[in-house]
Design a protein around this ligand. Structure first.
Ligand SMILES: CC(C)(COP(=O)(O)OP(=O)(O)OC[C@H]1O[C@@H](n2cnc3c(N)ncnc32)[C@H](O)[C@@H]1OP(=O)(O)O)[C@@H](O)C(=O)NCCC(=O)NCCS
Length: 403
């Protein structure tokens, strides 16, 4: 058998079952078991999902499927802008063919394909010390808000919540998108059309007098904890419904593992009695990579203009060069108006770095932290502009949209 791995996008008809099998063998040990994993793929993880067949990559040797680099496509918010993200998942090499560089080759081809398919950045939830070699760096740290039920409102919900079937609904997606506008890292829904955890999560929604949904919560019991997975609606009502559900199920604490730091509910919890647990991982948590730097900056330009216009630097004029190891872009700035320009000539104002440029773009941390840790080279007025252009954003992707 030739040792040449043939890498191509999978065919949705002929490769689907083989992908389910290879990934089931690989991930069976992670709780679902072999058949459970296959059901999971059918229930909504791959079927009925934003899995992008044309942007994913598989490797074959002698006709046999040996590697899988899956792409789930979605639009991610960075402030008021949205970019196209390739979420990478179900990354697997057949157990008998590991440590031969097969994934290295699949991933490299896969990253080129992602760019060719028009993606701006890529996010994945990684395995420690593996994805750096492909240019991925920490995207954000996991943050969980933890509240005692006794510190939640004890009044009954104003509108009566009722259980609803967990699948995509346009009305709920609209409510979600409105409530998460400008929250960096969140996905623009729809993403999944079915809920792949419908056996494990419960949803409750409430309506106005005309029967229109005005809010909902999705909760789960996981490893002995009561978790709030997703919610939309009036804060007071949301907390009353959560408190009631927690009480009924005998829990005295509620965990909020995917509540965005800047969400009004998170602010309210932090203003009251609560705990916030942050888990920092140098590698292996949420990771990010720039796929197309000029395209990302072009989409970000209106948001960068918005940030500049509200700052003391609103009258600044000039060109700021942004470069990582692969690409260089110029931002032409004219009194609060930012636009992407072709890199030309010299400019004394530059942000030159490596993979951490992706962290600046999504606001993983404050610019001084990122620059200090990564050794980014900043010249001229870029030093003054940096905190305004790329502030910390506390990015986070909601649990419903994970891949
Ligand atoms: C992670 C995984 C996809 C890697 O696949 P792989 O095909 O073995 O990857 P590669 O061969 O490209 O690289 C793996 C290791 O082999 C080494 N390697 C690469 N080419 C090699 C070669 N020709 N000879 C020997 N070793 C080689 C790499 O340096 C790497 O070493 P390190 O990670 O210890 O530094 C595979 O181990 C797997 O399926 N694991 C289980 C599922 C999993 O964890 N997926 C990731 C979920 S986020």
């Amino acid at each position: 058998m030739s040792d040449t791995l043939l890498i191509a996008p999978p065919d949705p008809q002929t490769d689907r079952e083989a992908i389910f099998e290879l990934t089931a063998k690989t991930f069976a040990g992670e709780g679902l078991g072999y058949w459970g994993w296959i059901d999971h793929c059918r229930a909504g993880y791959i079927d009925h999902s934003p899995y992008d067949w044309s942007a994913s990559s598989i490797g074959r040797l002698g006709g046999r499927l040996l590697t899988h680099w899956g792409v789930w496509g979605y639009r991610m918010r960075i402030g008021s802008a949205t970019i196209r993200v390739a979420g990478i998942g179900a990354v697997a090499t057949h157990a008998r063919y590991r440590s031969r560089g097969f994934m290295a080759r699949t991933a490299q081809t896969g990253l080129r394909r992602i760019r060719g398919r028009g993606y701006d950045m890529s996010i994945l939830f990684g395995r420690p010390d593996f994805y750096e070699r492909f240019g991925y760096v920490r995207a954000w740290s996991e943050q969980t808000h933890i509240v005692k039920v006794s510190d939640l409102p004890d009044k009954p919900p104003a509108a009566r919540p009722r259980k609803f079937a967990l699948r995509h609904r346009d009305d709920l997606a609209k409510l979600y998108n409105r409530a998460h506008a400008r929250l960096t890292g969140t996905a623009v829904r729809p993403t999944y059309s079915r809920c792949r955890y419908h056996d494990h999560w419960d949803g409750y929604l409430w309506t106005d007098a005309d029967g229109r949904a005005t809010g909902y919560i999705i909760v789960a019991e996981f490893q002995g904890r009561f978790e709030m997975i997703d919610c939309v609606g009036d804060d007071e009502q949301v907390l009353r419904v959560i408190a009631r559900q927690a009480g009924r199920r005998g829990y005295d604490t509620v965990h909020f593992p995917s509540l965005h730091h800047e969400h009004p509910l998170a602010r309210r919890l932090r203003w009251g009695d609560s705990r916030v647990e942050t888990r920092h991982r140098h590698s292996g948590g949420a990771m990010v990579r720039t796929v197309n730097l000029p395209a990302t900056l072009k989409r970000l330009a209106p948001e960068l203009s918005r940030r500049l216009k509200r700052s003391p630097l609103r009258n600044w004029q000039g060109t700021v060069r942004v470069a990582n190891a692969r690409e260089t872009s110029d931002l032409a700035i004219d009194r609060g108006r930012v636009r992407l320009a072709d890199p030309a000539g010299r400019t004394g104002h530059a942000i030159r770095g490596g993979d951490e440029i992706a962290q600046l773009l999504i606001g993983t941390a404050t610019p001084p932290e990122i620059v200090e840790q990564a050794g980014t080279r900043i010249t001229g007025d870029a030093r003054r502009l940096l905190p305004t252009l790329f502030p910390a954003q506390h990015p986070l992707l909601g649990e419903w949209d994970h891949f």
